[in-house]
Design a protein around this ligand. Structure first.
Ligand SMILES: [Zn+2]
Length: 314
């Protein structure tokens, strides 16, 4: 655990190859605390409890809430386990409450996966696995909700890009933005702008623009290290540009083939070298390609033909 800004602590969990570190945060003021993102089943949850104790916070009484940016297993798989120890309400937006309660629905409804990847999500990709016990949230978050901790107020902003229920949390006096997976520090790979089937690339691009307008001083993402240096807006722009470039590339591949199915577009994305695609994130590509196509479809740039092909309309 380390204090990144006075009263704001980072607790880092396992390092998961190209997913980076799984990160939780603590906001502490006047003997009260909030947990932002419980993490996976055990990581960094166990360290979170130790961190609270070392800050003089009674884990049983001093924690006002466990806030979840969204319902993906690498950030909330450990919610129930943590709640059993610290006994604080788990809070999430209604659109992600279902996968917190029924984790299986994440792989069934929100990802486009082949059988081996489906299997891997259940058993082998450890922190990303979904075979943990789900839980019903104690509190549903809404856009605009203010959550108090000591003298501080943390505002909920529903962004809904990365997943339909994704929220970010903002402390305005110091400009601290808990950006979840909406804007992270991962390198310029499809994982940095990843959107599940419930999410939406145009919502994400709009959300990033909205976050940029807040002029945050500190970006605290749910993967890897906090972005505490240089210009936070630059980092937000980088994620936004990556998402736009990805959609442009997908449109370009469909245009070049005149019509294409998912297998062909996936082949083009992997072989074009437009994006650096680490092996570990290949399984998320079909999902984000589909989400990109849906966005292009909505903009009238591609139409869906019969038999799972998309056609360029230009
Ligand atoms: Zn996520």
């Amino acid at each position: 655990m380390s204090e990144v800004i006075p009263g704001f602590y980072v607790v880092q969990g396992k390092y998961v190859e190209d997913f980076g570190l799984i990160t939780s945060y603590l906001v502490v003021d006047n003997g009260e605390a909030l947990v932002i993102d419980p993490g996976t089943d055990g990581s960094p949850g166990t360290a979170t409890v130790g961190a609270l104790r070392s800050l003089g916070i009674d884990p049983k009484r001093g924690v006002l809430g466990i806030l979840c940016t969204h319902g993906h297993p690498d950030h909330v798989g450990g919610a129930l386990r943590l709640k059993r120890v610290i006994d604080a309400p788990v809070m999430i937006h209604s659109d992600d409450a279902e996968i917190l309660e029924m984790p299986e629905k994440f792989i069934n409804n929100r990802l486009v996966l082949d059988a081996p990847s489906r299997f891997a999500m259940k058993f082998t990709q450890s922190p990303l696995r979904v075979n943990y016990t789900g839980m019903r949230p104690d509190h549903i978050l809404h856009d605009g909700d203010e959550i108090r901790v000591g003298q501080l107020s943390i505002k909920t902003i529903h962004t809904g890009g990365h997943s339909s229920g994704h929220c970010v949390f903002y402390e305005s006096t110091q400009g601290v933005l808990f950006s979840g997976d909406e804007a992270n520090n991962l390198s310029n790979t499809p994982h940095s702008f990843y959107v599940d089937l419930s999410g939406n690339l145009s919502a994400k691009i709009n959300a990033l623009e909205r976050l940029r307008q807040l002029r945050p001083q500190y970006l605290l993402p749910s993967h890897d290290t906090p972005y505490l240096f240089e210009n936070v807006r630059l980092q937000i722009d980088l994620v936004k540009d990556s998402a736009i470039n990805f959609m442009d590339a997908v449109l370009g591949f469909i245009e070049a083939r005149r019509e294409a199915d998912l297998t062909q577009i996936l082949y083009d994305v992997v072989h074009s070298h437009t994006f650096f695609i680490p092996k570990i994130i290949e399984f998320v590509l079909p999902t984000i390609i589909i989400v990109a196509i849906r966005t292009l479809q909505k903009a009238g740039l591609v139409i869906e033909g019969r038999g799972g092909v998309w056609r360029y309309t230009g």
